[in-house]
Structure formats: structure tokens, C-alpha cells
Design a protein around this ligand. Structure first.
Ligand code: TXA
Ligand code: MG
Length: 414
């Protein structure tokens, strides 16, 4: 990756990216860019005024630290060495992280590192902590942008604070239009949930946020066999009840109320669904049978130009043409991921309108389509979204990340 360059990009894409990089370097307005996980909102991590503008655009509380994105190990080493460090001597990257970097970078992993004395990072990035999170994304567009900027980029997810993270350019547009000028559009994101955040400075090392790299994968690395789970999202009382209102903060939230059914929980009865006039359903495995949606009751009315469950990407269509910085086909075509759309159903002898999204049975597909599904159902104006959870006890996939986000989305706001 250190020798990597972007010479293959065609003229128009290259010019668009260059313009985005210049905006980051020359102004304080952050620029949204795609990564393999979710879209990020990037600003020069060494300039306070630029970093402050990220918090302002998102409406993010200033005590929540940002991840620093880098494109190479030399760039990270320079960051760890501070302003006046000589680059001789031992590697400033803590040894515990070496196997992780080798295996997972570039990719969906964020590592917690010590802030050096005389750091070049703006204090707003770390929110006053003595550590910072660093990540080398694997999206070609993200790496290209980082390379063109030539400086580390502070980048939280590019959603408005409390909303689901953006996994397509139009999600960013919906949340941040009027607050930023440029979105680099790379199509739908490959992973769909954020990076795994790990702390190897503590002993034993711990996972602070589940994400695109799994616990199982981490445990295979030397020094990480006993990694602990440092986040809490399990509900007391087990999986038998739906996740209920009553907890204290809001995150990953659509406007509609989210009711999460843990894997194995009893699904809602038809009667419960029919109490509401506009209902969203996010399915992952076999819920249709329980509700009767696919049986004789089902009356699929494709009113909204929506295609079927396997669907097309809607990423190209809903941003106005005067929206900023669109990338042309070459880079977009590197990876095109599809996410399923909602289908409309009605139940016989009921006025309820049901918008149903089937995310499929594969965990990777569920992760990729989840945030997009929550946002799409919001746009349909549903009052409540019933979500069929997936099993996160097997430890060998990114189900833990999916369920962590869903449990937060289902917590009620005060
Ligand atoms: O996949 C991702 O990580 C995306 C893309 C854009 O790279 N970014 C992202 O950033 O999710 P954000 O700001 O939405 O989430 C950053 C997470 C937060 O949970 C924050 O508390 C944690 O990382 N974090 C950042 N610095 C930290 C530190 N020094 N110690 C502990 N946690 C930290
Ligand atoms: Mg976020």
C-alpha cells in the first residue's frame, strides 16, 4: 500500500477527487467521502477550525472523539512521532497492533493509539483523550482522496448525529444538504456497518465497538487470543421479549419507532401489525410465513416504482444533478453493491399499509442493507418498524455488529 498510486484513474474522476481534496486542504468545510464501511465526513485532522466544522455539520457532541484516517504506514508513523520527532529508532507503532495491521489493513479496523507529545493532531479530534483512533480504509476512493490531501483526515460517519450511518451518497445528501458542499459518490458501501474499534493498549486488549472485522478473526492474531468485549448491548431478561423503550440515549435512529425482535423471539401477531396504519418490516430470514405476507393475504402493490427484493441500487437517481462532485463510471464500477428496497403489501380485512424489506439470510447482506433499509422506511412515513434480528451468538460473522446497531436503534429517546 505504501507504493500505491492512483495513476489509473481517468481524467474526470481524477479531477473530481482533486477538487474534493483541494476543498479539504483549502477550506474549513468538510467533504463527504465513501469508505468500505460507511460514508465519512472528512476534514484536515491537524487543523482545529476544520475539525470543529465537522462537529457543527453533524450536530455531534464535542466529547465524542473522531477517527483519524490515514493512507500509509509512514503517514501513521509520522503522526505517532509528533511535531519534532526524528524518525530514527524503534517503530512507534505498538507491537501488539502489528499482526492486526498486517492482516486487516487497509480495511474496517480502527486501532487506539497514544497521542504523542507535541502532536500535530487538533485537540478537537481526540476530545481531550490521551489516545486517538486510526484507520486505513480499503476503499480505493478513500485511499485516493487521502493520498491527494497528503494529510490525515478526521472522519466520523457522515450522518447527522443520532441518525443511521450513511451507506450511500444520497443518505449523506438527505442529512447534510446545505451544510457541506461536496459529496464524493462511490455508490453503496461494501460492508455497511462501521469499523471494529479495538484497544490494544489495555491488557487484555478489548473490542470497543463491534464492526467489519469479527471477534473470531481478531482472536486468530498473536496477542489477541483473549480479546475481551468492552461494549455492552445485551438486554437483561434474555432474548424472549422484544426490545422495549426505556433506555436513555439515541443512536442509529430513524424517525419511526424501532421494535427489535431478537433471534428466536416470538414475532408480532398480525393483530399487532394491523393496529398501525403504516408499518415497516425488516426481515432477515423467515418472517413472512409468520405474518402471512407471502400467503393468500399478500397483495403486492408496487406503487412506488420500487422493484423487487433483489433490486437495483438507488444511489444514482435521487441526488439532484446540481449536487456536488459526482464520480463518473470508471471508479464507480470498481465495486457496485446492491441493497434491497421496500415492497408494499396490504393485509386482507385491514387498512394497514405495510412496507416490507427482505434483507436476505446472509449476514453480510444484512449488514450492507441495514442502514439503508431504516432510512428508506422513514421516507415511506411508517410509524413503526418491526425488525427481525439475527443470531449473534456464533461469533464467526458480523452479526454482532448488526445487532449492536439495531439494539441502539431500538432504544428509546428521552
Ligand atoms: O467505519 C468507520 O469507522 C467510519 C468510517 C467513516 O471510517 N467512521 C466512524 O466514525 O464510524 P464515528 O465517529 O462515527 O465513530 C467513531 C467511534 C466512536 O464510537 C468513538 O467513540 C470511537 O470511535 N473512538 C474514537 N476515538 C477513540 C478513542 N481515542 N478512544 C476510544 N474510542 C474512540
Ligand atoms: Mg457514527
Amino acid at each position: 500500500i505504501e507504493e500505491w498510486n492512483i495513476e489509473y484513474a481517468d481524467g474526470q474522476d481524477y479531477q473530481s477527487l482533486k477538487r474534493a481534496a483541494e476543498e479539504i486542504v483549502n477550506t474549513d468545510t468538510p467533504v463527504a467521502f465513501p469508505t468500505e464501511t460507511v460514508y465519512g465526513l472528512g476534514a484536515d485532522a491537524t487543523r482545529s477550525s476544520a475539525v470543529k466544522a465537522i462537529f457543527a455539520a453533524k450536530g455531534r457532541p464535542s466529547d465524542n472523539p473522531l477517527i483519524v484516517h490515514i493512507h500509509s504506514l509512514p503517514q501513521l508513523r509520522a503522526l505517532l512521532s509528533g511535531k519534532d520527532a526524528s524518525l530514527t529508532g524503534s517503530d512507534p507503532i505498538p507491537a501488539i497492533y502489528r499482526p492486526l495491521i498486517e492482516r486487516f489493513w487497509p480495511g474496517p479496523l480502527t486501532i487506539i493509539l497514544p497521542v504523542p507529545e507535541n502532536t500535530v493532531l487538533a485537540p478537537e479530534v481526540t476530545a481531550g483523550l490521551t489516545t486517538f483512533g486510526a484507520r486505513m480504509p480499503r476503499s480505493i476512493l478513500a485511499l485516493s482522496l487521502l493520498r491527494l490531501c497528503g494529510r490525515p483526515l478526521a472522519g466520523p460517519s457522515a450522518n447527522a448525529s443520532t441518525r443511521p450511518s450513511p451507506t450511500a451518497a444520497e443518505h449523506v445528501y438527505d442529512d447534510l444538504q446545505g451544510r457541506i458542499r461536496t459529496i464524493v459518490d462511490g455508490g453503496p458501501c461494501e460492508v455497511g456497518v462501521e469499523s471494529t474499534v479495538v484497544d490494544g493498549l489495555s491488557s487484555p486488549p478489548s473490542i470497543l465497538r463491534p464492526g467489519g472485522v469479527t471477534v473470531e478473526q481478531l482472536r486468530q492474531c498473536p496477542g489477541w487470543e483473549n480479546v475481551t468485549v468492552g461494549y455492552k448491548d445485551k438486554q437483561e431478561g434474555g432474548a424472549s421479549k422484544p426490545r422495549a423503550p426505556g433506555m436513555k440515549y439515541r443512536h442509529y435512529s430513524p424517525k419511526a419507532e424501532v421494535i427489535l425482535f431478537e433471534a428466536g423471539a416470538t414475532r408480532p401477531e398480525r393483530e399487532e401489525v394491523m393496529k398501525k396504519s403504516k408499518v415497516g418490516i425488516i426481515r432477515t430470514k423467515s418472517w413472512d410465513a409468520a405474518l402471512g405476507l407471502a400467503s393468500a393475504d399478500s397483495n403486492v402493490a408496487d406503487t412506488n416504482g420500487c422493484v423487487n427484493g433483489t433490486s437495483q441500487s438507488n444511489s444514482a437517481s435521487s441526488i439532484p444533478t446540481d449536487a456536488p462532485s459526482r464520480l463518473s463510471n470508471l471508479l464507480r464500477s470498481v465495486i457496485q453493491h446492491q441493497t434491497p428496497h421496500a415492497q408494499r403489501h396490504t393485509l386482507s380485512s385491514s387498512d394497514s399499509e405495510i412496507w416490507d424489506i427482505d434483507l436476505g439470510a446472509e449476514t453480510d447482506e444484512v449488514a450492507r442493507g441495514l442502514f439503508s433499509a431504516l432510512r428508506e422506511l422513514d421516507k415511506k412515513g411508517v410509524e413503526v418498524i418491526f425488525v427481525e434480528g439475527i443470531d449473534d451468538t456464533t461469533g464467526d460473522d458480523i452479526a454482532a455488529a448488526v445487532m449492536n446497531r439495531l439494539r441502539k436503534a431500538a432504544e428509546i429517546r428521552t
